[in-house]
Design a protein around this ligand. Structure first.
Ligand SMILES: [Zn+2]
Length: 198
C-alpha cells in the first residue's frame, strides 16, 4: 500500500494521452488476471479465505500524481480496492508485480484487519511481505534500477522499498526505517499464502 490520498489520483488530464494509458492499463490488468499465475493464485486464495474480490471492480486504473505504481485503500464501507497507476505501469510484467504487490496487502488485510492509519508496524510488515513476495525485488529489476549484485541483495531491496512505501503514510513519518527494522526478520520469513518465497 502506498497510502493513496485523494489528491494523489485523478482521472488524468482527460486528453487523448490519458485515454490511451487507461485503455492500455485495462488491457494489461485483464491479461494479468488471465495469465499471471501469481495473481490468479492470490485472487483464488482470497476467495477461499472468505474475502472474495471481484477482480473486475477491485482494480481501478487511474492517473497517479505521486511516484507510485499502485495503492491499496479501503472504501467507506470498509471494502478494499486497488488503484493501478496507468501513467506509471509501463509493461505487462510491471502490471503483474504491481497487482501481486497490492493483492498481498489485500491478503494481509483479510487475515488480520490491519489498522493502516494507526499501526506503523503492521503496515511495515505488509510492505515487507508485498515487496518480497510480489517479485518487486527480483534480481533483474534491481539491476535495471542500478542496484547491482551485493550480498543479501533481496533483503536490502525489500527493506529499501518497504521504507519508500511507508513514506506515503503520514502516520509513519520519521519512523519508517525504525518500523521496518523492528519487524523485518519476522515478516520477511512469513511467506504465506505461498509455501516458500515465490
Ligand atoms: Zn505497498
Amino acid at each position: 500500500m502506498e497510502n493513496v490520498l485523494k489528491d494523489m489520483v485523478s482521472a488524468g488530464a482527460g486528453d487523448e494521452e490519458s485515454a490511451k494509458q487507461f485503455a492500455k492499463a485495462e488491457e494489461m490488468r485483464a491479461t494479468s488476471l488471465q495469465k499471471c499465475s501469481k495473481v490468479q493464485f492470490l485472487v483464488e486464495i482470497m476467495d477461499r479465505m472468505g474475502c472474495k474480490i471481484n477482480p473486475q471492480t477491485f482494480f481501478k486504473a487511474q492517473h497517479c500524481n505521486g511516484n507510485i505504481n499502485g495503492g491499496f485503500s479501503l472504501n467507506e464501507d470498509g471494502s478494499p480496492s486497488v488503484v493501478l497507476c496507468q501513467n506509471h505501469i509501463q509493461d505487462q510484467e510491471w502490471m503483474d508485480r504491481t497487482m501481486a504487490h497490492e493483492l498481498i496487502h489485500a491478503f494481509d488485510h483479510c487475515r488480520a484487519k490491519i489498522d493502516w492509519e494507526r499501526d506503523c508496524d503492521q503496515h511495515a510488515c505488509s510492505e515487507i511481505r508485498a515487496a518480497a513476495l510480489s517479485g518487486d525485488c527480483d534480481w533483474k529489476y534491481e539491476v535495471l534500477r542500478g542496484h547491482f549484485s551485493i550480498p543479501k541483495q533481496h533483503q536490502e531491496c525489500v527493506r529499501r522499498r518497504a521504507i519508500l512505501s511507508l513514506q506515503f503514510n503520514p502516520m509513519c513519518e520519521g519512523k519508517e526505517a525504525k518500523c521496518v527494522d523492528k519487524v523485518f526478520d519476522t515478516c520477511y520469513k512469513d511467506t504465506l499464502p505461498f509455501p516458500e518465497m515465490p
